[in-house]
Design a protein around this ligand. Structure first.
Ligand code: 13P
Ligand code: ZN
Length: 283
């Protein structure tokens, strides 16, 4: 089967367009990766090309993913163009037996290389696979409200989570383990990948200060839906903060705890600290 005709590839390409229309992918901003299943690799085998044999360094070390195949967006490519021209803007890479190098086996027909955030994608996919082998999608986007909050709130995962949780009752239901925050770092390398994957060892979402965010998921809907949920809550928070720095009323720790049993979740208590102040961003 042709790669472009598979269900996973169609979902991948569609999500790139969806993210663009949300306004999360100016120019070449953002990138997406997917860890293929074995039956999907078998399905597309005849459409893959191993002839060049050329191997490139990932820029980090992901031994748990050795030998696996990933669909990833190309560096400098525009998410907007992917639904109409996927083979030019996306590739499939195969990792070598030690998890340090990759070969391009499909796509990027006009040349190019995988996203500059490949180290972060693969390190995140590796730690996610260790905690849940069903997690296959890692998504990086530049949503404006999440980025704006990184200028306003302390760069502290507990405070970010609590303030986001208070903006929509669905948030703790969708991500009861909360979100982490990476301080400003140089993008596109191993250091930021290590910092992000530390968060992803336990949580599904990492904010990159003054840059964007990373979400993971078991499928494209889960990763996109998580980005969408956090960004929507961030938008509400920005609207509230545009009017006042204080909340008149909000969802209380007791209210949050009342969600646990009916929704079958266990909201991490570290986000449910008692606040001494109603000023947004203060504990
Ligand atoms: P790429 O074009 O290399 O994917 O980079 C975009 C980006 O968002 C970097 O953080
Ligand atoms: Zn980015």
């Amino acid at each position: 089967m042709k790669v472009v005709d598979t269900a996973f590839a169609k979902s991948f390409f569609r999500m790139c367009g969806d993210g663009f229309y949300q306004g999360w992918h100016e120019r070449n901003g953002g990138n997406l990766s997917y860890r293929l299943k074995e039956d999907e690799i078998r399905e597309i085998w005849d459409d893959l090309n191993f002839e060049s044999g050329r191997q490139y360094d990932i820029g980090t070390f992901v031994p748990t993913l050795a030998g696996e195949f990933f669909m990833v967006t190309g560096s400098g490519k525009y998410m907007r163009n992917i639904p109409d021209a996927p083979e030019e803007n996306v590739c499939i890479v195969k990792l070598d037996a030690s998890g340090v190098r990759y070969q391009i086996v499909w796509g990027l027909t006009n040349g190019g290389k995988p996203t500059s955030e490949l180290p972060s994608h693969l390190m995140n996919l590796e730690v996610c696979k260790r905690r849940d082998p069903n997690i296959r999608v890692v998504y990086h986007a530049h949503p404006a409200n999440i980025i704006a909050l990184t200028y306003l709130l302390p760069l502290d995962g507990e405070i970010f989570t609590r303030e986001i949780f208070e903006m929509a009752t669905e948030c703790p239901v969708v991500f009861p383990k909360g979100i982490g925050v990476v301080p400003w770092m140089v993008p596109g390398g191993k250091d930021i990948a290590v910092a992000t994957s530390k968060i992803m060892e336990e949580q599904d979402f990492a904010v990159w200060a003054h840059h964007g965010a990373f979400a993971c998921g078991t499928d494209f809907d889960m990763a996109f839906g998580l980005m969408h949920t956090v960004e929507k809550a961030a938008e509400v928070l920005i609207k509230v903060m545009s009017v006042t720095d204080k909340k008149r009323q909000t969802i209380s720790p007791r209210n949050f705890r009342a969600l646990n049993a009916p929704f079958g979740i266990d909201i991490d208590e570290r986000f449910l600290y008692d606040k001494k102040s109603n000023v947004i961003g203060e504990r």
